[in-house]
Design a protein around this ligand. Structure first.
Ligand SMILES: [Zn+2]
Length: 481
C-alpha cells in the first residue's frame, strides 16, 4: 500500500514536472539572433504567458511548435516614429516585422483619449509622447481638429509664446505626461514662432519629469539657419537642461549635411551628452503641405528643390506654383512627398553605427509599410554595408535602449533572451524585402513568416491573423508601476 501511494505520488509529481516543461509555444530550430549578447546559433525558444522562458539547444515541447529551420528568429522591430496608427497601417507594420510602433516625434494632442481608443484594439504595441505642438495650439486658442497632429501654418505657429502662455503649455505637457506620455515630442519646425528660450523651457520640463525630448528640429537644409544651427540648438538645450535628446529623421533634416550632423551628435555623446538619432531609407520625405515647413524659403531648406519636386501621393501629381499656393493656403490637411534627398546620402547615413532605423510612417509613403524589410533587403543582402546582426541592433535593441529613458518596461524589449517579452519576428533572410513603392505605398513586405506580439501569433505562415489584438500600451514613468 505504501509503495502504491509512493508510486501514485511519483506519477503525479513527474507528470506535473513534464507539464511544467510544456510551453504555450515553441519556435524550433531557428537561427536565434540577439543583438545584445551576440548570440547567433540554432536554438529552440520556449514561450509561456507572453514571455520568453527558455532558449535551449535541447528540443522543447509546446502546445504549438513553429518549425523555423532556415529562418532568423529575432526581437520584433521597434519603430519609435510612427504616425499612422490605424489598423491597416498596423497590419502593414506587422508584415514588415514591427511589434511596437510609437508616435514620439510629435505625439498625439490627447494622450488619455489615444490610449482609450487603442486599448483592446491594437495588433501591435503602441504609445505616444506628450505633444508640445498640440499643447501650444491649445494654449493659443486654436486646438488641433480631431485626428490631426500638426497645425496649419498661421498666427498661432508664427507668434512667440508669452511667459504666461509658456506656463500654460508646460501645465498641459505635465498633464499629458501624467496621462501616460512617454516623452515630450517637439516638432519645432512646425511652430517657428517658438523662441530659443521657449525651446529650452520645454527641455527643462522634460528634465524635471525625467523623460527625453524627441524632436524634429527647427530648420533643415544647408542654408544658415539650416540643419547645422538647428541641431546645435537642441544639443545645447539638452546640455543646459539635462534632458536626453532624440533627433528624428537625420536623413531628411540634414540631407547632404547629414554626415556633418552625425559628427556633431558623435561629439556631443563623446562629451557625455545623451543624444541619439534615427533615419529611414528613402530619398523622399513627406509632410502636410499647409504646415509651416512650407513657409517662404522652403526650397532652400529642402536643399534647393522646386515645385515639381513636390508630388501628391494619391495621384502622382507634380505641383506647380499655382497648385502649391492653393494647397499651402488650404485648411484641409494634404500630405505631399518631398523629393529632396539622394541615394548617395542615404547610403552614407543608414549604415552609420549611431543611426537607428525608424520609419516616420504615414499613409501615402512607402516608408510606412517597407522601412524595416528594406534595410534587410537593400543594405544587408544587396549592398552588404550592414551585417545582419547590426541591422537587428538598429531595429530592435537601439530603440529599446532609447525607450528605457521613458519606461523600465523597455528593458524586456529589443532582446531575444530568457525573461524578455515574447515580441518576436521570424523571417527568411534570403527573401525578406519591401514591396511598397511611391505608386503602391501600402503594398506589404514579404519574408516575415511569423510575428509574435506578447506571445500571441499575429502573422502566421506569412498571413495576418484576424481578430487578435494583443498590442499593449507602453506608458511613461507617471503611469508605469
Ligand atoms: Zn518630422
Amino acid at each position: 500500500m505504501g509503495k502504491l501511494i509512493f508510486f501514485l505520488f511519483f506519477l503525479a509529481f513527474s507528470s506535473n514536472s513534464v507539464f511544467a516543461q510544456q510551453y504555450d509555444l515553441v519556435i524550433a530550430a531557428g537561427r536565434v539572433m540577439d543583438p545584445e549578447t551576440g548570440l547567433d546559433a540554432e536554438r529552440n525558444v520556449g514561450i509561456r504567458n507572453g514571455k520568453i522562458v527558455r532558449i535551449s539547444s535541447e528540443a522543447l515541447s509546446g502546445r504549438r511548435v513553429i518549425h523555423a529551420a532556415g529562418l532568423v528568429v529575432a526581437p520584433g522591430f521597434i519603430d519609435l516614429h510612427q504616425h499612422a496608427q490605424g489598423i491597416d497601417s498596423q497590419r502593414a507594420k506587422a508584415l514588415d516585422g514591427v511589434t511596437t510602433a510609437l508616435e514620439l516625434e510629435i505625439g498625439v494632442p490627447d494622450v488619455a483619449e489615444f490610449l482609450k481608443t487603442k486599448k483592446g484594439h491594437s495588433l501591435i504595441h503602441y504609445g505616444t509622447s506628450a505633444s508640445y505642438v498640440g499643447a501650444r495650439a491649445l494654449t493659443f486658442g486654436t486646438p488641433l481638429p480631431p485626428g490631426e497632429i500638426l497645425p496649419k501654418s498661421g498666427l498661432a505657429t508664427e507668434l512667440p509664446a508669452t511667459t504666461e502662455q509658456i506656463m500654460r503649455i508646460e501645465d498641459r505637457l505635465r498633464a499629458e505626461l501624467d496621462a501616460g506620455g512617454l516623452a515630450v515630442g517637439m516638432g519645432i519646425q512646425y511652430t517657428p514662432g517658438a523662441t530659443r528660450l521657449e525651446v529650452i523651457d520645454m527641455f527643462r520640463l522634460a528634465a524635471e519629469r525625467k523623460v527625453p525630448v524627441y524632436t524634429h528640429v527647427r530648420s533643415s537644409g544647408p542654408v544658415d539657419p539650416g540643419c547645422i544651427e538647428a541641431v546645435s540648438e537642441v544639443i545645447a538645450a539638452s546640455a543646459i537642461s539635462g534632458a536626453p535628446l532624440h533627433i528624428v529623421h537625420i536623413n531628411s533634416t540634414c540631407l547632404r549635411d547629414a554626415p556633418q550632423c552625425l559628427s556633431m551628435i558623435e561629439g556631443a555623446r563623446a562629451r557625455g551628452l545623451d543624444v541619439t538619432t534615427e533615419a529611414y531609407p528613402y530619398i523622399a520625405g513627406m509632410t502636410f503641405i499647409n504646415s509651416a515647413v512650407f513657409n517662404p524659403g522652403w526650397q532652400e531648406k529642402q536643399g534647393g528643390i522646386s515645385y515639381g519636386d513636390l508630388v501628391l501621393p494619391n495621384t502622382g501629381e507634380h505641383l506647380t506654383k499655382e497648385r502649391f499656393d492653393e494647397l499651402h493656403n488650404s485648411s484641409t490637411p494634404q500630405t505631399v512627398l518631398i523629393f529632396s534627398n539622394s541615394q548617395e546620402v542615404l547610403d552614407k547615413v543608414i549604415p552609420d553605427p549611431l543611426v537607428m532605423i525608424a520609419s516616420d510612417g504615414l499613409e501615402g509613403h512607402p516608408r510606412n509599410a517597407g522601412t524595416f524589410s528594406r534595410l534587410l533587403a537593400q543594405y544587408v543582402r544587396e549592398k552588404r554595408t550592414i551585417t545582419l546582426m547590426e541591422a537587428l541592433r538598429k531595429m530592435s535593441l537601439m530603440p529599446a535602449e532609447m525607450l528605457e529613458r521613458s519606461t523600465p518596461a523597455a528593458r524586456q524589449k529589443g532582446r531575444l533572451q530568457e525573461g524578455a517579452d515574447a515580441d518576436i519576428v521570424v523571417f527568411d533572410p534570403a527573401t525578406v524585402g519591401d514591396h511598397a513603392t511611391f505608386q503602391k505605398p501600402m503594398e506589404p513586405s514579404v519574408g516575415v513568416h511569423y510575428l509574435l506580439v506578447a506571445g500571441t501569433v499575429i502573422v502566421d505562415d506569412g498571413k495576418i491573423v484576424s481578430d487578435v489584438y494583443p498590442g499593449r500600451a507602453l506608458l511613461g514613468r507617471a503611469l508605469h508601476h
